[in-house]
Design a binder for this molecule. Structure first.
Ligand code: NDP
Ligand code: 2IT
Length: 450
């Protein structure tokens, strides 16, 4: 980075930090983008005159509300909830809902900000948003989760709609929660419409939406390898998490001939040196999706595996790392460990799972580093296809959705190559940030001062 670019980045960031004190995750996400796009902004006076960066880092609006619900024992509980509608310059707001005790405004702003660029990269007409609550669905009964979702929707329904804002799932929000949310929206508004994505197949959901983020992440990884004349086949893979993204990333990696050796949850990780094949994965899916069990139970079923309590999988020597759990789950030290063990690719299924210093280390080492906003865009892309199916009142076959998903992931890869190629290969961070930025920035310019 030149001194002029560096000065401009630091000047911009000091203003942003002053305006948004203590929102550390939001600062981190913005810094990464601004480092990439500042040369483009400095090159185009129209962007500077229109204060494009200042406007892009300020959400259009944030709705904050209390969600009151009662437990099975009849006790009243209250949680805080948000919808961050970040930017709708290229389409209606679109992005997931997260239910996790760690959720706060900083985390939802970072996620909403990332979503703007990710959605732009898909090539579909979707703006960026994120929402959620500090509600913890773990350990709650189905009826408690239902009452929470219904109460949440009593406020949220005023702010969303098929042409306004279309939420979906994220951590802690899966098929069960989306179904309760959809049922309540339909009751409140008396319309049957594609206002949420990730719906059940019986009421407008798309085939392959469940698998899309994980599959898309592996398709993106395969594109990166192909660009170097290689493939994921035969590679050893560490996956973190054992939720929606992790399970289907592991499935697709295995289908493409790689050997997945780890999965995790917040309790620790399992290491199965023989490989977590599709049969073992079927057990994990049942454990996690049906029984809401814990990953350590894998060892009870497959005793040759190891369980490492309280640890993350990055100590295991692998060719490919697929972080698919949560933000900042690869520290600077863990990035060094992965590099020291000869990792060839890190492809992010989760949003911002690598700390900035770790991401810089991966880029500097010249390994294939696929940032979340490119690598995990398959989920929201198939959400976009679900919206298309809903508005035409048709359902596409699994093959048709998969074909479109592969095409979209290849296009995103192409956009990264176009905007990120340098003497060292492809800088996918710069490529995805610049590729996502230009379309949104130009739409904002065209709309004038709004
Ligand atoms: P799930 O709730 O299905 O699974 C989350 C997994 O990550 C669980 O195994 C969970 O373990 C683990 N996890 C969550 N928080 C933490 C934490 N603080 N520390 C350690 N482990 C944690 O969520 P998804 O699979 O949907 O989401 C995973 C990631 O992918 C997130 O970053 C999300 O934003 C991103 N993403 C999701 C998309 C989607 O379509 N669902 C699309 C694009 C990105 P435990 O059960 O112990 O909490
Ligand atoms: O982070 C994400 O892209 C998601 N959680 C999916 C969003 C969506 O609207 O499908």
């Amino acid at each position: 980075m030149s001194a002029a670019v560096n000065d401009a980045v630091e000047h911009f960031m000091s203003g942003l930090i002053k305006l948004n004190p203590a929102e550390t995750e939001f600062h981190q996400a913005v810094r990464e983008v601004v480092q990439s796009v500042m040369p483009v902004v400095l090159d185009k006076k129209a962007y500077q005159d229109a204060q494009i960066l200042e406007r892009m880092t300020e959400p259009d609006r944030i709705v904050i509300f209390r969600v009151t619900w009662d437990t099975d024992e009849g006790q009243i509980r209250a949680n805080r909830a948000w919808r961050v509608q970040f930017n709708n310059s290229i389409g209606p707001y679109k992005g997931g809902l997260r239910f996790h005790p760690s959720v706060n405004q900083s985390i939802l702003k970072f996620l909403g900000f990332e979503q703007v660029f990710k959605n732009s990269l898909t090539g579909l007409p979707m703006g960026g948003a994120k929402g959620g609550s500090n509600f913890n669905p773990k350990g709650k009964s189905d009826r408690e989760v239902m009452r929470f979702c219904q109460s949440f929707m009593i406020e949220l329904h005023r702010h969303i709609g098929k042409d306004t804002d279309v939420p979906a799932g994220d951590i802690g929000v899966g098929a069960r929660e989306i179904s309760y949310l959809f049922g309540q929206f339909k009751r409140l508004e008396n319309v049957f419409t594609g206002v949420l994505t990730g719906k059940g197949l019986e009421f407008g959901g798309s085939l392959l939406r469940k698998e899309a983020t994980g599959y898309g992440c592996v398709y993106f990884c395969e594109n990166m390898f192909k660009h170097r004349g290689e493939s994921v086949a035969g590679k050893k893979v560490a996956v973190s998490g054992s939720g929606n993204v992790a399970l289907y990333a592991a499935e697709k990696a295995t289908e493409l001939g790689a050997k997945v050796v780890t999965l995790s949850d917040s309790g620790g990780f399992i290491h199965d040196p023989d490989g977590i094949d599709l049969e073992k994965l079927a057990f994990v899916k049942e454990l996690k999706e049906e029984r809401r069990g814990r990953i350590h139970e894998y060892k009870d079923r497959f005793p040759s595996a190891e369980f490492h309590a309280g640890q993350r999988p990055w100590v295991v020597p692998v060719d490919i790392a697929l972080p698919c759990a949560t933000q900042n789950e690869i520290s600077a030290d863990e990035a060094k460990t992965l590099l020291g063990n000869g990792v060839q690719a890190v492809c992010e299924g989760a949003n911002m799972p690598t700390v900035l210093e770790g991401a810089h280390a991966f880029i500097q080492a010249g390994i294939l580093f696929g940032p979340g906003k490119a690598a995990n865009a398959g989920g929201v892309a198939v959400s976009g296809l679900e919206q298309t199916q809903n508005s035409t009142r048709l359902s596409w076959s699994r093959e048709r959705v998969d074909e479109r998903l592969q095409e979209i992931m290849a296009n995103i890869h192409g956009s990264c190559v176009d905007h990120g190629t340098n003497g060292n290969g492809v800088d996918y961070v710069r490529g995805s940030n610049v590729g996502g930025f230009i379309k949104v920035a130009d739409a904002m310019l065209a709309h004038g001062a709004v």
